[in-house]
Design a protein around this ligand. Structure first.
Ligand SMILES: Cc1cc2nc3c(=O)[nH]c(=O)nc-3n(C[C@H](O)[C@H](O)[C@H](O)COP(=O)(O)OP(=O)(O)OC[C@H]3O[C@@H](n4cnc5c(N)ncnc54)[C@H](O)[C@@H]3O)c2cc1C
Length: 575
């Protein structure tokens, strides 16, 4: 990486942030022949998108719709049911109008390719218009070498998600990994993947096979470089430049390429949300008025996009029914240096033999909902407390078969997971209750009652295991209900979860063209926001797998496609 001082570098479009929204904008703008700079504050490009599973919720994508017969009417019905009071008609219309065109653009004009799983149920299968498949898609795997030397600037994987360095694709690949302690075939498959990963790490200093969000970013950056986009890392955008008319004309950059960049058509804020910004969290997250009741696994979501928009006259919109995209997270310390590490529980807590209890030892909701809807339950349950937390509880059988998140199942030794403070173990439920500060009698009663539900296959308290989505999060081989098994084999285990997120849903207020608007609803010329930086297009609802990356891809594409026309629109209004 070479450093340079920009004394008055000019481009057409300056993009803040190299996540999925920023790169989608850059790709579509460069395709129009525009000169684009993407400035990324981190030493690595890709942001949270690069550590994500890479799913994109894009209903109406040509292959998915053709395979399932999905209709626009059904999608709208579902989205209205999901967020009835905050349904964003203009945003949803813009989104659905563009999905097919954008996905076709990426597949036909860039290195980005998608995989189309048959089954990826919407998160609220009990609502009208929900579908079991066809709407959520995944990026195809990639080889890091397609980035040449710039592969070393690719955001590394979230290490707590890798299996000894290997990152399984969240799909059939991951299903094999979780079967590896129960099937010789799956074991050999995983052994092959690990051998390859370790070889690459040794010889190439990086696992070359990229999956999930990392594959998406690899493919997007390759395409951006091919299209002539300038991608700078370690270069934070620090302040916007605004002229006398209030129009945004460029920005001041710090870091490796510090200086001023003039942007003829405008600046696109794609720097992610504000969940890493204590001040903004305290203001917009009701559970975090203290500023220390939330931990985010996102990368670079420091709220700088929001702050720059506010300074320029913009505002944060809270017109969403949940201000964040919730995810339970476990915090632990790295043994080597005590550094904080996080494990977001996005997949597992609806598996048989695992429950979650509150601080007293009581269940409080359906554990097989999505992480977001589970998070909503926890926030509601803990609303009278300053600290939001719960415990995952499992018995020895569950631990042996599935593990609990980062704490891997048999045959992986457990000592390490105890030493880092991830896993708590006890010989009896009463002893476990003592260790986690819960009431022993309450915890025993909770488990006894749940065991009854597991035997009958019906959770009478919270309906766990009652929808296709619940079952998808369970173990399909487990009978009678893929989400329910008794907890009766000692020892017992507990893992603490706190509230975290995958991005914010409250965000910079924009019009249907992603133009940032002020308190009077007037467009600030030359300033745009896409991705997690902008307010949620789904009104704070979380429709299904890929509810961040879907809109980030689509609105990023629209932004790049339309920015020249939008500039003319605001210039003619001003004239
Ligand atoms: C473990 C995990 C799994 C996930 N899986 C999925 C999934 O499968 N599907 C899905 O839809 N969502 C998923 N998410 C959420 C999703 O990844 C993010 O919400 C999404 O990446 C947001 O895209 P973005 O482009 O807005 O932000 P990001 O991808 O986070 O990119 C923003 C970038 O902007 C940079 N930046 C910020 N401020 C500045 C500045 N001032 N100057 C320069 N650069 C700046 C940041 O450093 C960052 O690199 C997941 C999240 C996590 C943590």
């Amino acid at each position: 990486m070479t450093s340079s001082i920009n004394s008055g570098r000019t481009c057409d479009v300056l993009v803040v942030g190299s996540g999925v929204a920023g790169l989608a904008t850059a790709l579509a703008a460069a395709h129009q022949g525009l000169d684009v700079i993407v400035a990324e504050q981190e030493a690595h490009f890709g942001g949270t998108a690069a550590i994500s599973a890479g799913w994109a919720w894009v209903p109406g994508n040509p292959k998915g719709a053709a395979a399932t017969g999905d209709t626009r009417e059904e999608v709208e019905t579902y989205l209205k049911a999901l967020a009835p009071d905050t349904y964003n008609e203009a945003g949803v219309t813009a989104f659905l109008d563009t999905v097919a065109e954008a996905i076709t653009f990426f597949e036909d004009n860039t290195e980005v390719n998608f995989v189309y799983p048959d089954k990826a149920p919407d998160y609220q299968m009990d609502l009208p218009g929900a579908r079991i498949g066809g709407r959520a898609i995944l990026p195809d795997d990639a080889d890091a070498r397609m980035l040449g030397e710039r592969r070393h600037e690719l955001q590394p994987y979230l290490s707590s998600y890798t299996v000894f360095g290997y990152m399984p694709q969240v799909g059939p690949d991951l299903n094999k990994v979780v079967q590896a302690n129960r099937s010789l075939r799956a074991f050999c498959y995983v052994a092959g993947k690990l051998t390859r990963t370790w070889f690459d790490a040794l010889v190439h200093r990086q696992p070359l096979k990229r999956t999930n969000g990392s594959a998406l970013i690899t493919r997007m950056v390759r395409s951006a470089l091919d299209a002539g986009v300038t991608v700078w890392t370690a270069t934070p955008v620090e302040a916007l430049e605004q002229d006398d008319t209030g129009a945004i004309t460029g920005a001041v950059l710090g870091g490796v390429h510090s200086g001023t960049v003039h942007a003829r058509l405008g600046v696109v804020l794609a720097g992610g949300g504000f969940t890493g910004n204590t001040t903004l969290r305290r203001k917009h997250f009701p559970h975090d008025v203290t500023g220390d009741n939330h931990i985010t696994p996102t990368i670079g979501h420091n709220g700088s996009s929001a702050e720059m928009a506010i300074t320029a006259g913009g505002r944060i919109s809270d017109a969403v029914f949940t201000p964040g995209s919730w995810a339970p997270v476990t915090e632990f310390r790295q043994l080597r240096d005590g550094r904080q590490r996080l494990f977001p529980h996005l997949r597992q807590i609806g598996l048989p033999g695992m429950i979650t209890v509150d601080r007293t030892g009581r269940r409080f909701g359906n554990e097989a909902l999505s992480y977001h809807d589970f998070g909503r339950q926890l926030l509601e349950h803990d609303k009278d407390h300053d600290d939001t937390y719960a415990w995952i509880i499992a018995d020895a059988a569950c631990m042996h078969t599935y593990g609990i998140g980062y704490a891997k199942p048999w045959p992986i030794p457990r000592k390490y997971f105890h030493d880092i403070g991830f896993l708590i173990k006890a010989d009896t439920l009463a002893e476990l209750a003592g260790k986690i500060g819960a009431d022993p009698v309450t915890l025993e009663e909770t488990v006894t009652r749940f065991n009854g539900f597991a035997r009958s296959g019906v959770d009478e308290d919270f309906g766990r295991g009652s929808t296709a989505y619940n079952h998808f999060r369970g173990d399909p081989t487990h009978k009678p209900n893929p989400n329910l098994a008794t907890l009766e084999k000692a020892p017992y285990y507990a893992v603490k979860i706190r509230m975290g997120d995958l991005g914010s849903f409250a965000g910079i207020d924009v019009d249907g063209h992603s133009a940032v608007i002020d308190d009077d609803g007037q467009v600030i010329p030359g300033l745009f926001a896409v991705g997690s930086a902008a307010v949620s297009v789904f009104g704070g609802g979380y429709p299904g797998y890929g509810s961040h990356i879907g809109p980030a891809l689509i609105f990023g594409y629209r932004m790049g496609r339309d920015i020249a026309r939008l500039k003319q629109r605001s210039a003619s209004r001003a004239g």
